[in-house]
Design a protein around this ligand. Structure first.
Ligand code: ARG
Length: 464
């Protein structure tokens, strides 16, 4: 049997392998709700402009609602022979209301139809992700408030650098996630133009009202160029790029959780809820949740690369290659959603081991910069010279196997005679973090203020 949607020119059906490679219903069934919404907006406009009769439009709209309900409840069995969600919906509509169903596709093509459906789906998903990212920020802010003054080592090159607070470290991720949310928001703003009415590629000879369908579907305006409307997948690429960057942030944090939960670091522990055991090694508690967040960033980044490669060689306007835009997008955004939820769960679950963090914060000569700064401030030494003097003192302490504050005043004076006992005040980790008063610095007062500011902002978003 030739195709009921476009079979006029065809005498036989497709080869089995053609049907298999051609069909997208196996994944684009996810666009069902958006497809129904798009069709309802389209048919309402066709009636308002007199292109179809009100009676037909009413029958179509009612039929679409019924098809939508059948899909929601899992009652409709999709057919692969019908290729995709668009033709499955339309075919079911025809079974229900008869030939009037054939008027729905007036002044429309699957090319603008799939573009509008996919935009609506991406827009809905961005909104869901935004809510999830906000929740993750909230989880981080709560832990940051609870541990605004808990000292831990700050690292560069993963070598102890200078003490920071745990709250400060967590707030760094709150900032990253704020930018991630901004990127999704930007993508959403730019995608919010309606391609419906571009038809196959050139526009249509019917007197359609594109502003009306754009408005009905919550778009800011119709897209301006029909060729661009049906061949643009920037909105997917931008969203996948935002997802890839967000996943990269989550992956970095996941890596830290993996490190921090080792017996060697021991900075935090995760409960049974977010860890697994080993079938052979009874002592093990593995941070699989964090490892999977780190691991899934691979496919999320890959999904972006995949679609960029699909798109880069395509002449205008639509080519079937573009059907390959969906699976990677679904995969990326679903994976990201899972990662965000898992991360929020871990953040709420984690117990910091403050004694371990503090002990580690003081090791590795992490207050050497404080000593150098003291030499500058108190003795008026140029910083370069202070750096050199401090280096010699650190070397001396290392030689004796001591921490800086364990080195006697006499030993320090052997390197720099002008040093006084007052220096010991800056060698402790608590004093070190308290002294980082510059804007954005790790002093606990800053951390508390910033955590509170985030709290207020996030609470405000909820009520907004
Ligand atoms: N399933 C197709 C897709 O996802 C819909 C558009 C088909 N358009 C066409 N001219 N064959 O891209």
């Amino acid at each position: 049997m030739s195709n009921q949607m476009w079979g006029g020119r065809f005498t036989t059906g497709p080869d089995a392998i053609m049907e298999e490679i051609n069909a997208s219903i196996g994944f684009d069934y996810r666009l069902a709700r958006q497809d129904i919404a798009g069709s309802k907006a389209h048919v309402a406009m066709l009636a308002a402009t007199g292109i179809v009769s009100q009676a037909d439009a009413d029958a179509i709209a009612k039929g679409l609602d019924e098809v939508g309900a059948e899909i929601e409840s899992g009652k409709l069995t999709f057919s692969r022979a019908l290729e995709d969600i668009h033709m499955n919906v339309e075919s079911r509509l025809a079974e229900k209301i008869g030939p009037a169903a054939g008027r729905l596709h007036t002044a429309r093509s699957r090319n603008d139809q799939v573009a509008v459906d996919f935009k609506l789906w991406v827009r809905d998903t961005i909104d869901e992700l935004d809510g999830q990212l906000r929740d993750l920020q909230l989880a981080l802010v709560e832990q940051a408030q609870a541990h605004a003054d808990a000292v831990m080592p700050g690292f560069t090159h993963l070598q102890s650098a200078q003490p920071v607070t745990f709250g400060h470290h967590l707030l760094a991720y709150v900032e990253m996630i704020a930018r991630d949310r901004g990127r999704f928001r930007d993508a959403r703003t730019r995608l919010n133009e309606c391609p419906l009415g571009a038809a196959a590629l050139a526009g249509t000879s019917f007197p359609i009202d594109r502003a009306a369908t754009a408005r009905a579907l919550g778009f800011d305006r119709p897209t301006a160029n029909s060729l661009d409307s049906v061949s643009d997948r920037d909105f997917v690429l931008e969203t996948l790029a935002a997802a890839a960057i967000a996943a990269t942030h989550l992956s970095r944090f996941a890596e830290e959780i993996v490190l921090w939960t080792t017996p060697q670091f021991g900075f935090i522990s995760l409960s049974d809820k977010f860890t697994t055991g080993s079938s052979i090694m009874p002592q093990k508690r593995n941070p699989d949740s964090a490892e999977l967040v780190r691991g899934k960033s691979g496919r999320i980044i890959g999904d972006l690369a995949g679609l960029l490669i699909v798109m880069k060689g395509l002449p205008l306007a639509y080519s079937k290659d573009m059907q390959e835009d969906k699976e990677g997008c679904f995969d990326s955004l679903q994976s990201l959603s899972l990662c965000i939820a898992a991360m929020a769960g871990m953040v709420r679950d984690m117990t910091p081991r403050l004694d371990r963090m503090k002990a580690a914060a003081g090791s590795g000569y992490s207050t050497a910069t404080d000593l150098a700064d003291w030499l500058v401030r108190t003795l008026g030494m140029p910083f370069r010279q202070a750096h050199h003097v401090t280096g010699r003192i650190v070397a001396l302490a290392a030689e004796k196997g001591l921490e800086l504050e364990q080195l006697s005043l006499e030993k320090m004076q052997a390197v720099e005679p002008a040093i006084t006992a007052a220096v010991f005040e800056v060698l402790g980790v608590e004093n070190s973090v308290r002294s980082r008063l510059s804007y954005g610095g790790t002093t606990p007062d800053n951390v508390r203020k910033q955590a509170q500011a985030w709290r207020d902002r996030l609470d405000g978003e909820k009520s907004a």
